[in-house]
Design a protein around this ligand. Structure first.
Ligand code: FES
Length: 329
């Protein structure tokens, strides 16, 4: 690709990051979204989890956007084939194109709702880019809706022009969606998934832990959150929230699990799996043991079939000390 085109795309996708005038409408939109979701009452949590893709283990929005983009591209291709054939050789093409436009509209509706659910947790530059992305996608959907309407009334040429315009706008909007994912990391997994420490490594004195209170430890440069329950069991997980790196040691423990202080993702204190979003990826897990009054941790390898993060109870401490005279491996 010529460098001038690359620079143009780069400028177009980064420019909205600096548009501070978008902040006011952004916060208003976020407020409206918050009120709307809260109006769902007890259904709010499950509904929002579905929209985030927590059940899927992957953000739902980017998967759904393929439906409108793919369907509207198919409609465009069918229009092109029909035009080349003069509309006579394959008379079913116009109907097929109209159907593709309709399928794209259904996908767009689902994409907008899931996108808004994800967008409300973004900040600053990403939030501004996300707002422009949402406005462009809504415009494209409006154009496609008008296209479908015109096609249904038999005004096929007008419907094709509107469909082409909608396709162009949604393609530009998709570029912003790509910037949100690849530049801003929205929808990505932000947890530290390195393999360190591979062997049991000293974290902190067990006396520093309080039952039910998340405690941070730096283990050879790896940030870990330690949890001790009422039975004296110590568990360890990655300290950075996979959603947007919220500090889990500043969160709190409920009956459901460990809650991130930033946007409320909740993770099981048993195995780090996601209980509630917006996070969709589980916490990295560590094995723990207590030796000589100090907690040691090592990474549970993230490979299929790996044993779950085992824990060593404080009651086993004496046993461990007898079996393993050296605290460090
Ligand atoms: S950073 Fe968003 S929920 Fe943790």
């Amino acid at each position: 690709m010529p460098s001038s085109v690359r620079a143009l795309i780069e400028r177009a996708t980064t420019a909205p990051e600096a548009w501070e005038r978008l902040d006011r409408p952004s916060y208003r939109a976020e407020h409206v979204l918050g009120v709307s979701f809260n109006a769902l009452g007890r259904a709010r949590g499950p509904v929002v989890d579905v929209l985030h893709g927590t059940w899927l283990g992957h953000p739902l929005h980017p998967a759904l956007t393929d439906v409108p983009i793919g369907s509207w591209t198919a409609a465009l291709a069918l229009d092109a084939v029909d035009l080349v054939g003069g509309g006579r050789r394959t008379p079913g093409l116009a109907a097929a194109s109209r159907t593709c436009t309709a399928v794209g509209l259904l996908g767009a509706a689902a994409s907008v709702v899931t996108g808004l659910a994800d967008w409300q947790h973004t900040h600053e530059g990403a939030r501004r880019v996300g707002l422009v992305h949402a406005l462009m996608s809504t415009t494209a959907t409006g154009l496609q809706l008008a296209s479908w309407h015109q096609r249904r009334r038999g005004r096929t040429p007008r419907g094709r022009v509107l469909g082409l315009a909608g396709w162009a706008v949604v393609t530009a909007s998709a570029a912003l969606g790509g910037a949100l994912t690849y530049r801003h990391g929205i929808g990505g997994d932000h947890a530290d998934r390195s393999l360190a420490p591979r062997t049991f490594t000293d974290a902190l004195p067990v006396a520093e832990l309080r039952d039910g209170r998340p405690t941070r430890a730096d283990v050879d440069g790896v940030r870990v959150v330690l949890l001790r329950d009422g039975a004296g069991r110590v568990r360890a997980f990655g300290e950075e929230c996979p959603h947007l790196r919220g500090p889990l040691s500043e969160g709190w423990v409920t009956r459901e699990g460990l809650v991130c202080p930033w946007h409320g993702s909740c993770f099981s204190t048993e195995d780090g799996s996601v209980v509630h979003g917006p996070a969709t990826a589980p916490l990295p897990r560590f094995e723990t043991r207590v030796l000589g009054g100090r907690v040691q941790v090592r990474r549970v390898p993230p490979v299929p079939g790996a044993s779950p993060g085992s824990v060593t109870t404080l009651e086993q401490q004496r046993e461990d000390e007898q079996e393993v005279p050296d605290a460090r491996h």
